[in-house]
Design a protein around this ligand. Sequence first.
Ligand code: ADP
Ligand code: MG
Length: 217
Amino acid sequence: MIRTEALTKIYGTGEGSVNALNHADIQIESGELTAIIGRSGSGKSTLLNLLGCLDTATSGRIFYDDTEITSLNDTGAADFRLNHIGFVFQFFDLLPELTAAENILLPARLAGKTPENYQSIVEALGIADRIDHYPSQLSGGQQQRAAIARALINDPDVILCDEPTGNLDEKSGEEVMEMLLKMNREQGKTILIVTHDPEIAAKCHRIIEIRDGEVKI
Ligand code: ADP
Ligand code: MG
């Protein structure tokens, strides 16, 4: 279970400061598939980055079960992220100088883990014959599937996706969504998907809407 208490993020100080997330209280059960929707600039990425230990809150708390991740130091937060959370970004964020295989295996290397599930993951994502290619040699859909494989390599319980189909053509976007739905259905992964797309939101169990930093459940 993921729970936030009065989670708040203010960027900057003084007159130019932006209250991107304002006392958000949300609760997400294990195995849930949740869409996070809202206009551009409403605070969706801010929420996801805080949940994913990619940024620190101004105030408020985040719990993963009994672990309060907002109380962890930088190293603790990085370790927690590496072992418990997979992140999928709109622009894939693969390292260009590494092959797909090296990108996918990087989180396992960083965590000092032997990835037993590597072959089954790349096969399930349909990129087994592309893993020696560099990102620039892959289509957008293949890059995003490699990014999903990277998110899965340490077998996280939670996958956070920030507009995962936002930079893909319709068909590749549908394929990527199918894969995320399947991971939720078959492996019980807890998945949060930030999206603008009502069709994607409709496929989720639950929708959380954010308006100007305020969560509307
Ligand atoms: P969304 O993902 O819903 O489009 P964001 O969470 O990226 O929205 O942004 C929420 C608000 O915070 C916006 O007003 C945005 O301009 C502002 N913001 C986001 N990141 C930063 C930052 N690093 N510095 C200053 N303001 C930011
Ligand atoms: Mg965003």
